[in-house]
Design a protein around this ligand. Structure first.
Ligand SMILES: [Zn+2]
Length: 246
């Protein structure tokens, strides 16, 4: 029988008929998957809540002619409840899975899967500001997909930095010769925070001022909206203040 197993993060679900759902997942080895979970909306479903968004599961799939079919699902990481109980975690998780969905349209790698699992786990544990977890995820996920913003050299001409102007449309930090007239300057603390978010230096990220956190979030959001086709709709629901509920 043509079946296969993989570890997945559930990105989103759609209703199908009376009791079924189409589940869109990012898998560790098979890239993005869409599969039917039969009977999942019945209260007696053997899948329970294992195929809800943000859940990490080991699944067995049967290769169907058009869509694959989920045969089994075992929970590996149950982050949904801890994320859904906090609005800031929920909105950040939503933006993360939406970005993962966009970024893995063509090719997906185990690194993308592991980055998303790590991000959701960090949100569920509440170890850092949710917005910082999201911002770091967005920078690193875009970098894995070949969309890393330029943070040291000028993104347009390559001149060595540091530079003090960020222009999303030009690909990141740019020198003063390349910056359009009137482009806003980036405070050095904000520029340093962008580096720390990209590198996952959490000690520095957690110590950043709320002002530079909000400024970095704005730049990252603008960059993601510009470079990801159709943008990330759920980013508009994420609060700008990274100092919120931890
Ligand atoms: Zn330049």
């Amino acid at each position: 029988m043509p079946t296969y197993r993989d570890e997945v993060v559930v990105l989103r679900t759609h209703k199908l008929g009376e009791a079924d759902r189409i589940v869109t997942m990012l898998s560790r080895r098979h890239g993005k998957l869409r599969a039917v979970a039969k009977g999942v909306r019945r209260t007696s479903s053997r899948f329970g809540a294992r195929l809800e968004p943000f859940m990490v599961a080991d699944v067995q799939l049967y290769q169907g002619r058009s869509l694959d079919i989920v045969q089994q699902a075992e929970t590996l990481g149950s982050y949904g409840a801890d994320i859904a109980a906090h609005y800031d975690r929920y909105t950040s998780a939503h933006a993360m899975v939406e970005a993962a969905d966009r970024l893995n349209e063509a090719e997906a790698t185990p690194q993308q899967y592991l980055l998303l699992v790590g991000g959701l786990r960090a949100l569920a544990r509440g170890e850092h500001a949710s917005r910082s977890v999201l911002d770091s995820y967005l920078l690193r996920a875009m970098a894995l997909s070949g969309w890393a913003p330029g943070l040291s050299e000028c993104a347009r001409c390559g001149r060595a930095g540091p530079h003090d102007t960020f222009v999303a449309q030009l690909g990141g930090m740019v020198c003063r010769d390349c910056a359009p007239t009137g482009a806003a300057r980036v405070h050095p603390e904000t520029a340093a925070l962008l580096d720390s978010l990209m590198a996952g230096e959490w000690g520095r990220v957690d110590a950043a001022s709320p002002g530079s956190g909000a400024a970095a979030s704005g730049l990252i959001a603008a960059y993601a909206q510009w470079h990801l086709e159709r943008g990330i709709r759920s980013l508009s629901h994420v609060a700008a203040d990274p100092g919120g509920d931890r």
